[in-house]
Design a protein around this ligand. Structure first.
Ligand code: UDP
Ligand code: MG
Length: 342
């Protein structure tokens, strides 16, 4: 058996830590990932499991993970039927995680696994959520850093839920927090918002975000703009109010201006000449109208998607070693005994 197996001499009622790792075409990263994560886990005084969620990769990630599972019983693979996006993949991982605490981390090692012991320590001291806040974002362009900064601040201004600045999905959550999170059944899953919505005692740890070790980011700018819009419209209806306010201001300015033109023509005999000002005003107002319709459309679209009640993701298969299944069954038995003993 592998020396990093979770199947150690520890008693079965030792708490279980789950790592949830969403991944999409991360084959070049995977060997490095296990190389860095397994030694960290081996040093913990906890049982552990790694729940990898393959979000429709087509680069052989799943085959590689299968080979790891053969050697390492604590690793499990949830294979989704296609690419559902990171938010859905995370949801799948959280639903499948069995741990007393769950840590979400990216497969690309941008969230350094070496922080795991400190996170676990915080959790053991009694907090339900340990948030990892980025002190720096190495390997990202100045423009990405700036737009991320702007987005987090805009998001906090608009929503009533306080979404902590510069935190990503890298975090630890207790079983209590996970169970609360899983009650939120909405289809439009903006995880950062959902994470924040549940509240609970939280501790923030600062860290330096590392550059991606291999492979490349799955986010392009259109994707990020989409996620930003999703974030803004999932957690607040204030954009609808902005549309109303901007419309009101534009209409008032237009009315005053129109009145002024009429007064000028009648009293002073000075008819306003030229159409350029008209074109400018019409295109300005047209733009505002289209934008407002677009904002309303975002919400109508969301309502439509929610009303279909489709699942957030579909699982193709769950791959787990027989040893892993046996360990889980044993843990469950001890859990039942504990309940009876009380
Ligand atoms: N990811 C995923 N599904 C997707 C896109 C990304 O599961 O559709 C995973 C990806 O494999 C990685 C994590 O989400 O483990 C973060 O993605 P990425 O590194 O591309 O994002 P960034 O760090 O640039 O924000
Ligand atoms: Mg990344």
């Amino acid at each position: 058996m592998n020396k990093h197996s979770e199947f150690s001499a520890m008693p079965f009622d030792t708490p279980l830590l789950s790592l949830v790792v969403p991944l999409f075409n991360e084959r070049p990263m995977l060997p490095l990932f296990f190389e860095r994560v397994l030694p960290v886990l081996a040093k913990l005084d906890l049982h552990w499991e790694i729940v990898l969620v393959d979000d429709g990769s087509d680069d052989g990630s799943a085959q590689y993970i299968r080979s790891v599972i053969d050697r390492t019983p604590g690793v499990r693979l949830i294979k989704l039927s296609r690419n559902f996006g990171k938010e859905a993949a995370m949801t799948a991982g959280l639903e499948h995680a069995r741990g007393d605490a769950v840590i979400v981390l990216d497969a690309d090692l941008q969230d350094p696994p070496e922080h795991i012991p400190a996170m676990v320590e915080c959790w053991q001291s009694g907090v339900d959520v340990v948030l990892m806040q980025r002190r720096s974002r190495a390997g990202e362009t100045a423009f990405k850093r700036w737009s991320a900064h702007l987005f987090y601040r805009l998001l906090n201004r608009t929503s009533h839920t306080d979404i902590p600045v510069d935190t990503g999905d890298f975090r630890l959550m207790s079983r209590k927090a996970i169970d609360a999170l899983l009650v939120l059944k909405e289809r439009n899953r903006y995880m950062k918002g959902l994470f924040a919505w549940i509240g609970m005692p939280t501790q923030i740890i600062q860290y330096d975000r590392e550059p991606r070790v291999a492979g490349e980011t799955k986010w392009d700018y259109p994707g990020l703009v989409g996620l930003a819009l999703e974030g803004l419209t999932s957690f607040s209806v204030s954009p609808l109010r902005w549309a109303t306010v901007i419309g009101l201001i534009a209409a008032s300015v237009g009315a005053v201006f129109g009145l002024w033109i009429v007064v000028k023509a009648l009293m002073l005999g000075d008819a306003t000449a030229g159409y350029p000002s008209l074109v400018a005003i019409i295109s300005f107002l047209g733009g505002i109208q289209l934008m407002s319709v677009g904002i309303v459309g975002e919400y109508v679209g969301k309502t439509y998607m929610e009303s279909k009640q489709r699942p957030v993701y579909l699982t193709e298969e769950v791959i787990e070693s027989p040893e892993g299944v046996r360990q889980h069954a044993n843990r469950k038995m001890t859990e039942t005994r504990h309940v009876k003993a009380v």
